[in-house]
Write a protein of this length. Structure first.
Length: 123
């Protein structure tokens, strides 16, 4: 900022505005204000926002556990990949129980990861 703003005694961000004012909402977040007119609809909208945040966190945990297995497979570490798969399987099964993913998708993930581990050469 130029020295002109310093002489005014007002913070430069206050005068110029910040970039966050221009950007709008952050990607991946939802507005909390609802357009619902009925109390029950407002409540459902609030619940949907809360449920979406919970589901996004659960899906992220699922992807992270699968990614650990894939990274170990990519590094060629069979023992590490096997241990990561053993840790990932309960996470995958939990996501099915909670309704985050379909049972067939879980079975596909477990089958494909297991096949990739079996294809690795033993050390």
């Amino acid at each position: 900022m130029s020295p002109f703003f310093l002489t005014l005694g007002v913070p430069a961000a206050k005068i110029c505005g910040s970039f966050t004012d221009l950007a709008g909402p952050v990607a991946g977040t939802q507005e909390t204000e609802s357009v619902a007119n009925i109390k029950s609809a407002e409540k459902r909208a609030k619940q949907a926002v809360k449920r979406r945040a919970h589901n996004m966190a659960a899906r992220s945990k699922l992807r992270g556990s699968i990614k650990k297995v894939l990274n170990a497979i990519g590094a060629g570490e069979k023992a590490e990949a096997t241990a990561a798969l053993k840790a990932a399987q309960p996470v995958i099964d939990t996501m099915v129980t909670k309704g985050i993913i379909h049972a067939n998708k879980a079975a596909r993930h477990k089958r494909e990861l297991n096949a990739k581990i079996k294809a690795l050469p033993a050390k």
